[in-house]
Write a protein that binds this ligand. Structure first.
Ligand code: UD1
Length: 417
């Protein structure tokens, strides 16, 4: 079993570039299905969830080719509408292919999507959006079958500003004649990136990044050449790593505006941050200070994906932080690993109380993607050696995390076991 061997407790110093965003690349890859022909996605990160998305496109008959960080997807040979269960079960974002397939072909079949076990993760809002736009959706023995002779635009209201449901509704609405209005839409930066790509394909989409997205559907779309936005959660990981270990780290290829809530929390913990248009320099003196209270929520609140990362950094600091998780109910699965490193962390339901104190290295297991990154961050700030197993979770969302952390000066190695 592969593991990370980390020698912690040494300050970091270095520079690292941030790769393209997984959570943007996945909806963009689904969106390529909307037009016939060759689209190019630049800065498309080379990591496991993206391989799954490319696998889905290949199974549907599309041709995919990667050169470095650029991926070319030719959707002209598209010949299917059924997504194999094996690929569907590997990640939750595979559900986005249903909206795009419905828009392009009027049908889609798939099993239920997988993904990190962060709690109950229903897809009822996605299904309701398809139905509202005129599709019938049947669940036969655990397989979803979606069909529509003609999709029609209309006003949709999302009771929760779900990122995936907003994206799926946008994709499906591109194939629906007339105007679709998505009310209480998610406002995450990735929604604006999807809007950018859809516009580059010739779609009429307004309001991405606000709570009201309007799509004029049924327009003929064409392939596009587009660069994926930088990954704000990967950037948060590097920032928290430097904060945990102390020292100075420079991140390039970032958009500081996408990191506002995370940078504010790190500043509250005592870090100094310099923001430039596409660069961030973070300087951290140990120990970090607890920040009192932190509540996750939809954008522009503190992102749930960065919550474990910040906890991993604060665990080895001083003072108290009470974390309230409002998006997913099983987001503290990293707690046991942090406690094995000596952290003072108590979890009750969706609230965790963390009191910073010096950590020591330990052998721990990643239970999910960001939880695994949190343990890696804590290990960088902990005295002595740590071993982290469960790397398949981490590899879903990071392109060779150990190489990027090494560029920041971390003593981390992937040991093949
Ligand atoms: C996306 C991100 C994920 C991030 C999350 C919240 C991708 C690939 N993943 O996930 O990294 O943690 O946004 O920022 O972009 N919900 C329902 N019914 C639905 C859909 C969602 O009840 O049909 C609930 C979820 O259980 C959760 C909340 O809505 O409690 C928000 O989830 P959502 O925004 O949909 O997250 P994802 O799109 O799955």
């Amino acid at each position: 079993m592969d593991y990370f061997r980390i020698e912690g407790g040494r300050p970091l110093r270095g520079t690292v570039g941030v790769h393209g965003a997984k959570n943007s690349a996945l909806p963009l890859l689904a969106a390529t299905l909307l037009a016939r022909g060759e689209s190019v996605l630049r800065r498309c990160p080379d990591l496991a969830d993206v391989w799954t998305a490319l696998g889905i496109l290949s199974c549907l008959g599309c041709r995919v080719a990667r050169t470095g960080e650029d991926v070319v997807i030719d959707t002209a040979p598209l010949c299917g509408s059924a997504i194999p269960d094996g690929l569907m079960g590997r990640m939750r974002a595979s559900v986005l292919f249903l909206g795009a397939l419905l828009a392009r072909t009027g049908e889609a079949q798939a099993g239920w999507p997988g993904g990190c076990a962060l709690g109950d993760r229903p897809i009822d809002l996605h299904i309701r959006a398809f139905q509202a736009l005129g599709a019938t959706v049947l669940d036969r023995d655990g397989r979803l079958s979606c069909r529509s002779a003609s999709l029609r635009g209309r006003r949709l209201y999302l009771p929760i500003p779900s990122v995936g449901a907003t994206e799926n509704a946008m994709l499906c609405a591109c194939g629906a004649a007339g105007v679709t209005e998505i009310c209480n839409a998610a406002r995450e930066p990735e929604i604006e990136d999807l809007q950018g790509f859809l516009r580059a394909m010739g779609a009429s989409v307004q309001g991405g990044g606000t709570d009201r997205v309007v799509i004029r559907g049924g327009l003929p779309l064409h392939p596009a050449d587009y660069a994926v936005m930088p990954d704000r959660i990967v950037a948060s990981t590097y920032l928290c790593a430097v904060a945990a270990a102390g020292g100075e780290g420079e991140l390039t290829d970032v958009r500081p505006g996408d990191l506002t809530p995370v940078l504010a929390a790190l500043e509250a913990a005592g870090c100094q941050v310099r923001r430039e248009p596409t660069r961030i320099i973070l300087q951290a003196d140990r120990p970090l200070r607890g920040i009192g209270a932190l509540t996750t929520g939809p954008w522009p609140a503190f992102p749930t994906d960065a919550q474990p990362l910040l906890a991993g950094a604060l665990a080895g600091g001083t003072g108290e932080t009470v974390i309230r998780e409002t998006v997913f109910d099983r987001r503290f699965r990293y707690a046991e690993g942090l406690r094995a490193m000596g952290a003072d962390l108590t979890v009750e339901g969706t609230t965790a109380r963390l009191v910073g104190r010096p950590l020591h290295g330990a052998a721990v297991e990643a239970m999910d993607l960001r939880g695994g990154a949190a343990l890696t961050i804590a290990a960088l700030g902990a005295a002595g050696e740590s071993r982290i197993t469960g790397l398949s979770h981490i590899d879903r969302g990071y392109r060779r995390l150990e190489e990027d952390l090494s560029s920041l000066g971390a003593a981390i190695k992937r040991v093949r076991g």
